[in-house]
Ligand binder design. Sequence first.
Ligand code: F6P
Length: 426
Amino acid sequence: KMKLAVLTSGGDSAGMNAVVRAVVKAAIIKGCETWIVREGYEGLVRGNGDSGDHRRQSLAEKTLTSPRELKTPEAPEEGFVHNLRYGDGELLKDGTSDHPGGRTLKGRYIVRVGWDDVRGWFSEGGTLIGTARSATFRTREGRLTATHNMIKEGIDALVVCGGDGSLTGADVFRAEWPGLVSELRQTGKISEEQAARHAHLKIVGLVGSIDNDMSMTDLTIGAPTALHRICESIDNINSTAYSHSRAFVLEVMGRHCGWLALMAGVSCGADFIFIPESPPDADHWADEMCKMIQSHRDVGKRKTIVIVAEGALDSKLQPIRSDHVKDILSERLGLDTRVTTLGHTQRGGRPCAIDRILPTLQGVEAVEALLEATPETPSYMIGVRENKITRVPLMDAVKMTREVADAINEKDFERAMSLRDPEFRE
Ligand code: F6P
């Protein structure tokens, strides 16, 4: 019986809960034991402390929680949200849990979950099991402890949902795993039998990120919702901008990727957009922007929207700063201009339909990929290309994503675009 754990890592994104729900439910249907890991890789490193393998604990000592409380292990006893149960039993029905309720999981990060624990999760924003950017897991020592904690719980398969950094971590972890296991065996921390059973780690990655910056997939989980948020904000800003005939400079997230800015610009009819992939001429962009905006004003446009991706650079690789853009619009065109940085409103909130459908389909695919995995098959990243759920070697996707970042740094934008989207070449 495969023992499968799922974690969310890096910046949260809408749809991560739908991933956890889909993975847990699909895995139960396929006969696996299911676990969640709180706080991303950090939870793997922290493990379950001295309580060790909870299956050895008496029933009375077993603890229940709503994963909403998981971030604060010290929280007092409280009722459940969603009537969530933490159970050994799969497919427990309401009111039939054999678990005492209400206590939080003090210091336990690797938690066995059942069907009902994830009920209704597809409509929840953020990630209910917590996420972190773990510094400890970046060290070999941290990964050794994580390996030990997983083996103590008997977990042999892992689903990681996160951005490129988190998936790079997954790739490193899988590659190192056999060495980590043999070190644990040599130091007597695990038995011969455990070492044999856990000789290989099955791991699969799902891309959860609002940035849509992963190569070899068309869409990352959370990006469509973030785009919706931006569009809503621009719609709101449009009405006030129109009223006062003002200009607004909107700064949007996306790290080194301009997808959110570009798509928001197209969706909302922005006047000018700055994205990292297409840096404007450092000496002329201000003239160009003013000319364009003035021409829009000349034909009677009462409002101006300029979108700046947070990672936007000019051709000399200097950041395009929203305040600077505002000053130019005010000073050169005499426009009454405001800056709005949308910030984390883009990241939070309920997932849109695409960010429920995609994680559900990909979550099921992830479980299937793990069940079919052999020591010879690569670890996969589950993606989507031309509306089809795909498996691509995690290593290739991670490598190509890094190469995109390098190409952008080297100002080789054509190469960057062709790596991000191989069809761009044709
Ligand atoms: O990668 C997701 C993202 O939201 C980026 O768009 C942004 O640059 C970054 O994370 C912000 O990270 P945080 O505020 O969590 O440190």
